[in-house]
Design a protein around this ligand. Structure first.
Ligand SMILES: Nc1ncnc2c1ncn2[C@@H]1O[C@H](COP(=O)(O)OP(=O)(O)OP(=O)(O)O)[C@@H](O)[C@H]1O
Length: 293
């Protein structure tokens, strides 16, 4: 399902203009990452897709239909939402957390439990964890439950708001790999918010770099952005001019490869069908950085 923002602005009641005239098409069945510093409007943009926040002006279309015409609650339940710190209900068991939306949609208790258990498999969690409470899980496990819950209603669209911000780097890498695998296997349209440009380049088929007010500094594939940062802001944000990571694109046998300052492949620059192959078994983040097109 594609998502289109048409000249979308959001001014909050206190006068804060969080997003101004935002225009973006999010293609279906791929991962679009919105990346930018704190307060640039990422979460506001994400929440407008499922009408947790309504625009002040402009419109948002899903497969060509204006979501302003969709009842917000029904819309929200049809779109997966994964948030930072998992957002799990602490007094409900893991399985009941995952089954929340199907239950609200009228699926029977036994059926939604069965589905929830399947989803634990999908996100790589042992079913023995089903009857624990969230605080009896590690942070990484809680995030996986959050992803399972986001997938529970089998949504076509999955919104992920800094879902891995609070876990340690190793677990984070695992979760990023899982996200790529899930997107490939389940074929969802994923909109992912992060402030971490490495995460954005790793996950995004399309990366949208935002400045304050939801201004798009640049959008494109990771290769396009790294090869030609649109301006100084982008160059600094991607670290290309600081020698910090010195990520850059080199051409090898006519193909673009993203490498770090030591010449090691550092990112995934492959088109969607090859995502899984772009990841190493060792868990190194996207070590095979070839772009096949
Ligand atoms: N309910 C609200 N009322 C007033 N202002 C708000 C509200 N929600 C967000 N804002 C403001 O809108 C701007 C964008 O906020 P938003 O949460 O979308 O940014 P963000 O890029 O997701 O930031 P972060 O990475 O810190 O979560 C900020 O200036 C924020 O203070």
């Amino acid at each position: 399902m594609s998502i289109e923002f048409r000249s979308v602005s959001k001014r909050f009641d206190d006068g804060t203009l969080a997003v101004e005239n935002f225009e973006l098409t999010i293609p279906s069945r791929s991962i679009t990452v919105l990346v930018g510093s704190s307060g640039c409007g990422k979460t506001t943009l994400l929440r407008m897709v499922n009408r947790m926040v309504d625009p002040t002006s402009g419109s948002i279309l899903i497969d060509g239909d204006d979501i302003a015409n969709r009842p917000p609650v029904a819309l929200r339940r049809s779109i997966g939402y994964v948030m930072q710190n998992s957002g799990l209900l602490p007094h409900r068991k893991v399985v009941d957390n995952v089954a929340t939306v199907p239950r609200l949609n009228g699926v029977s208790k036994s059926e939604s439990r069965a589905r929830a258990l399947e989803l634990l498999d999908t996100v790589g969690l042992d079913r023995s964890l089903a009857d624990r409470y969230p605080n009896q899980l590690s942070g990484g496990q809680q995030q996986r439950v959050g992803v399972a819950r986001g997938l529970a209603a089998d949504p076509n669209i999955l919104l992920m708001d800094e879902p891995f911000g609070a876990v340690d780097p190793i677990v984070r890498t695992e979760l990023q790999r899982e996200t790529l695998r899930l997107q490939r296997d389940l074929d969802k349209t994923v909109v992912f918010v992060t402030h971490d440009i490495d995460e954005a380049f790793l996950l995004g088929d399309q990366v949208v770099i935002l400045q304050k007010g939801g201004i798009i500094a640049q959008k494109g594939t990771p290769a396009e952005i790294l090869a030609a940062p649109a301006n100084d802001f982008v160059a600094e944000f991607v670290g290309a001019d600081r020698g910090k990571r010195a990520l850059h694109v080199v051409s090898v046998d006519g193909r673009d490869v993203l490498v770090d300052s030591d010449g090691r492949p550092a990112g995934r620059l492959v088109p969607a069908p090859d995502k899984a192959e772009a990841l190493t078994a060792s868990g190194a983040p996207a070590a095979q950085g070839e772009r096949a097109s």
